[in-house]
Design a protein. Sequence first.
Length: 260
Amino acid sequence: MAAPVTRPHSDNPPAPATLPGWDADRQALVLSEARDLSRLGLRPRSSETPDRMAVLSALESFNRKERFFVICAALDLPALHLGPNFRRRVEMAFGVTVTDPVFVAIDYHQDWLMAALRLAHGEITEQQPNPDPTGRITGNQEDVDLLLAFCGEGTTHLVMLEAKAETGFASKQMDSKAMHLAGIFGHHGDRFRLVTPHFGLLSPKPPVRLGYTGWPAWMAPNGTPIWLQLDVPKQRRRVFRCNAAGLRQKIGGHFIITSG
């Protein structure tokens, strides 16, 4: 019997089958973007099809945040990767299995999110005006503090985490975010057929005095959002403006350092 042939490993993702309704140019674009993801360490599994990788590809293509690239440069990494402990915490909190590849982004603009999802679903095209009658593209800087995207069984999971390390969650800000995310994903999270959205809060302590009235159901399952603890070192110093007596004052000619 002839010995089995060992084939060299290739960094290129496997060529998936053509999907009905996808023209050759669009499939070629998605496969090209999948190869770009592979070079960033986000190699798709052999079971991934073009439409499932299209979401990750589109999300990655909009990621223009300077802080992301600065952190990657400082760590000598082509992209951010999910650590094993945090991966387990996400799995336990949201009841999902986090499979590679995982797209990890920080401060990801909601305008990018909306445009990426519509592009991945073939609703819009590049380099020409696209209708936006409800004004979902806002032009502001409202963002997702931490965005994780990965493929699951028949869907792409999007985990969006809002983080606070020092100050608490403000109801006005969170209500605005809930309204915008509801506009993107719908009240039940079923606006886009290829994705399942998840939302959570990340902070040292659970939020208090934060109302969830009017939030979409997928953001607050069982009436409250999912919470993950954020470990922050204690005894951090702070600096405040004050007057000569040490009382806080915007124009007091002095400042004071405290800790705790």
